[in-house]
Design a protein around this ligand. Structure first.
Ligand SMILES: Cc1ncc(COP(=O)(O)O)c(C=O)c1O
Length: 411
């Protein structure tokens, strides 16, 4: 078993409640010290953003725009990109969906989270879940070739993919998919909700056109996410939220409005200053951290968790690409013969361990993987929903071992 290094310290320490074991980072990660400190420091100055001339307002406006710069830099935004603050990844992808030029076809895989399946317009193409990452690249190339042959080549195409699966943690071949998309004149958006907490995500290095992230999965508090990407579609689209802040001029007639361009166009209403500042503080803390060491630590914990689960005869892991596919610290599994909701409730009540159960807002993928697990193992007693354990900065070997011991006891 690989050794697990000490947890990170200082800015990337996470807050928590003693005695409670949180193994549900993929749903919402605990708040990092850096985020909590940034919020505490700004709270006395709390005032309007982009709406006041007072010293407090000016400081808040500056803090908000600095946060935009920090978050954009962290995710490799280009000089001409827009960095639009949203509520979360779902909000960011919905914003992009509303900004698509008329006639855009969106191509996704059925392995996506609902946030990257449901916002897209009618006529979108949903490709089957591939058997492996190379298959994803091949299937996308074939689908785009066909699409370009059968439809007007002037019409835009957007490919929408995840960086890491929220069900299995498996990594998708984002850079290769981006190359294929661009070769066919398509754009690509990366749902980085699950990848960003575990690995560096750089829009220009990956050569994706847009990326979407949730602050609450990245150790910042709820309510702040971001959409980063090319300006042209965003500036041409109707404002996501019509209202104050999104306009540059409003005349007396009902529809006499000139909408702002830039991020303001889609940030109508008073923005979430504390959320943006907290997210930026986490980005800075990650920039200062040794991400290679953090990833190595996480992989050691993940290996411990997966080896422990594999040693339990009544536990079956869910996977898309195979046991050795690279993945982040997320594992879904079932306990044969036991209802997953009941197992999760017992882990909470009897062991103070928090995990997720259900189909993880990825129903098509989760159902498929449950069927695959039944076929692979030949078992007829697998439940219709699953459990998910996910780890991150505050996770320890002792916590993983507690989960494994509790699952062994449940048998
Ligand atoms: C891969 C993926 N995309 C998108 C989302 C949606 O994130 P949010 O609920 O923060 O909008 C999630 C949430 O679990 C996710 O795992």
């Amino acid at each position: 078993m690989p050794a697990v290094a000490s947890p990170p310290s200082a800015a990337l320490d996470v807050l928590g409640v003693p005695g409670e074991i949180n193994l549900d980072y993929a749903a919402t990660a605990p708040c990092a010290r850096a985020a909590a400190d940034a919020v505490t420091e700004l709270l006395p100055w709390y005032a309007s953003v982009h709406r006041g001339a007072g010293a407090l307002s000016r400081r808040c406006t500056l803090a908000y725009e600095r946060a935009r710069q920090t978050v954009g830099d962290f995710f490799g935004a280009g000089a001409d990109d827009h960095v639009v603050f949203t509520r979360n990844t779902t909000d960011a992808l919905n914003l992009l969906a509303r900004s698509l030029p008329a006639g855009t076809t969106v191509v996704t895989f059925a392995g996506e989270h609902h946030a990257n399946l449901l916002p897209w317009p009618r006529g979108s193409v949903r490709l089957p879940v591939p058997a492996n990452p190379a298959g994803a690249v091949r299937d996308l190339a074939a689908a785009l070739t066909e699409l370009r042959r059968d439809s007007n080549p002037a019409l835009p195409v957007l490919v929408a993919v995840t960086g890491a699966s929220n069900v299995t943690g498996e990594l998708w071949p984002v850079a290769e998919l981006a190359r294929v998309a661009h070769r066919h004149g398509a754009r690509i958006v990366l749902d980085a909700a699950q990848l960003a907490p575990h690995a560096t995500v750089d829009r220009r290095a990956l050569d994706v056109d847009y990326l979407a992230v949730s602050g609450h999965k990245l150790y910042a508090p709820f309510g702040a996410g971001v959409l980063i990407g090319r300006a042209d579609w965003l500036d041409a689209a109707p404002p996501y939220l019509a209202g104050g802040g999104a306009t540059s001029r409003v005349g007396p007639a009902t529809h006499d409005v000139t909408w702002a361009t830039g991020p303001a166009r889609h940030e109508g209403g008073t923005p979430n200053l504390l959320g943006a500042v907290a997210l930026a503080a986490v980005c800075t803390a990650f920039t200062d951290a040794d991400r290679v060491a953090l990833a190595a630590r996480e992989q050691a914990l993940l290996a411990r968790l997966r080896a422990g689960l594999a040693a339990l005869p009544h536990v079956v892991e869910l996977r898309t690409f195979g046991p050795d596919a690279p993945r982040v610290g997320i594992v879904s599994f079932v306990v044969a013969g036991q209802d997953s909701a009941t197992v999760a409730a017992r882990l909470a009540a009897e062991h103070h361990i928090g995990v997720r159960d259900g189909l993880f807002c990825a129903h098509p993928l989760a159902r498929r993987l449950l069927g695959e697990a039944a076929t692979r193992t030949g078992r007829k007693d697998l439940p219709p929903t699953a459990l998910r354990a996910s780890i991150g900065l505050g996770s320890t070997a002792a916590q993983v071992d507690r989960l494994l011991a509790a699952l062994a006891e449940l048998a």
